[in-house]
Design a binder for this molecule. Structure first.
Ligand code: GLA
Length: 392
């Protein structure tokens, strides 16, 4: 993490004025419940202490200017408040532009803003760097323009930005976790009703290790949209006889009884992942509440295998990391997020973590040809203003 002095200096160097307010939104991991938020299922994410900072100052004209210390090559991008259409050339700035468009919704504030962003979550690592940019922008706009939205509205604006403006048909998990996270709490979210059960994420002497494949996530967006489409097809097949709103309305037995209705075996496997993952996720909450780390770990392992064999979103890098984690003493390990590269997570006994990281790193480097990045996760707060301007 950068210290506040450095961010403040960067702001002044970029905009030749001092910043006025600072906002923060975290990244997230998902403990279990993958690729089911868009199927009406349960997910189990937690916000991280890593995330995105935004320093903001009001301007006297009606322009917004954006600079990110993570994309210095993009320079300062100037956006007049009346010109908020998507533009390829604007790169990462399309995320804050989308938030401006949906949150202002025709309102015409009399002043624009200067924004400086800095994120300490790796971009494209599957830890929701984009939801983090969306939500840090959302809390900033909500405060500075006095818009009075509640936090759940901001979460929904973030998902809308992703779906309608950026064109990725993602579910609501990332924005929800990033917007509504609580320190040291995992959140079991029912994506159908948006009912959320918070549960302290603590197993005695066990921590979560994040393992980044450092693989560029090519084609992630098109493959993601393809999986959504396959789930829609599965729902259509099932609804020739049933009347369900989402795949997660089913249980595994009911699905299995209908296997022969699927002409395309791939479509059946996609549905089998979704339905079984929803069951695993609900059981994971019970395992956490009972303090049963071994059961929680087994559920994570089964989740990874299902994402590999039935959902086909892992790939050689994630499989190498997770299999190595299993060999070197992880109590449970799985990919986290959309897959196709990005990160995996493992539950590891605290005193074994240095050895575990060394061994997994050596395995991965030998098999893949470059090193992963591993670090211990800590669970932090959802998007908020940092009052008094000091980053702790
Ligand atoms: C991405 C999406 C989420 C979710 C996960 C997979 O992170 O943004 O909505 O679908 O993939 O669980």
């Amino acid at each position: 993490m950068k210290d506040m002095m450095k961010l403040s200096e960067a702001f002044t160097n970029t905009f030749h004025e001092e910043f006025e307010r600072v906002f923060f939104a975290p990244g997230r991991i998902n403990l279990i419940g993958e690729h089911i938020d868009y199927n009406g299922g349960h997910v189990f994410p937690a916000a991280l202490t890593f995330g995105t900072y935004a320093l903001v100052r009001r301007r006297t004209d009606r322009q917004c200017r954006f600079y990110s210390m993570n994309f210095p090559e993009a320079g300062v991008v100037t956006v007049p408040l009346g010109e908020l259409d998507y533009q390829d050339a604007h790169g990462w700035v399309n995320y804050p532009k989308a938030m401006l468009r949906y949150m202002l919704d025709g309102r015409e504030p009399s002043f624009g803003l200067d924004f400086l962003y800095f994120g300490d979550i790796p971009n494209g690592a599957g830890l929701s760097s984009s939801a983090s940019i969306e939500l840090v922008t959302a809390v900033a706009l909500n405060e500075v323009y006095d818009l009075n939205f509640d936090q759940l509205d901001l979460v929904k604006f973030g998902q809308r930005a992703e779906n309608e403006y950026i064109g990725v048909n993602s579910g609501i998990m990332d924005q929800y976790a990033v917007g509504m996270g609580k320190k040291n709490q995992a959140m079991l979210l029912d994506c159908d009703t948006l009912e959320c059960t918070y549960a302290p994420f603590e197993f005695e002497d066990v921590l979560v290790v994040i393992m980044n494949t450092n693989k560029r996530r090519e084609l992630a967006e098109s493959k993601y949209n393809e999986r959504r489409q396959e789930c829609d097809t599965a729902l259509e097949v099932l609804n020739q006889e049933l009347n369900i709103r989402a795949l997660c309305d089913l249980d595994s037995d009911t699905l299995e009884e209908r296997q022969d209705r699927f002409e395309d075996e791939t479509i059946y496997r996609r549905a089998r992942h979704v339905v079984s993952e929803n069951e695993r996720t609900r059981e994971a909450l019970r395992a956490l509440q009972a303090g049963d780390v071994h059961r929680f770990g087994e559920l994570m392992d089964a989740s990874h295998r299902s994402l590999d064999k039935d959902y086909d979103v892992t790939g050689v890098e994630l499989n190498t990391l997770v299999e190595s984690a299993w060999r070197h003493g992880a109590i449970g390990a799985r990919m986290t997020g959309a897959g196709f590269g990005g990160c995996a997570i493992a539950l590891v006994r605290e005193h074994e973590i240095p050895r575990f990281i060394d061994e997994v790193t050596a395995d991965y480097e030998r098999q893949i040809g470059y090193a992963p990045t591993c670090y211990v996760a800590s669970i932090g707060e959802g998007a908020h203003e940092i009052k008094g301007g000091s980053i702790s």
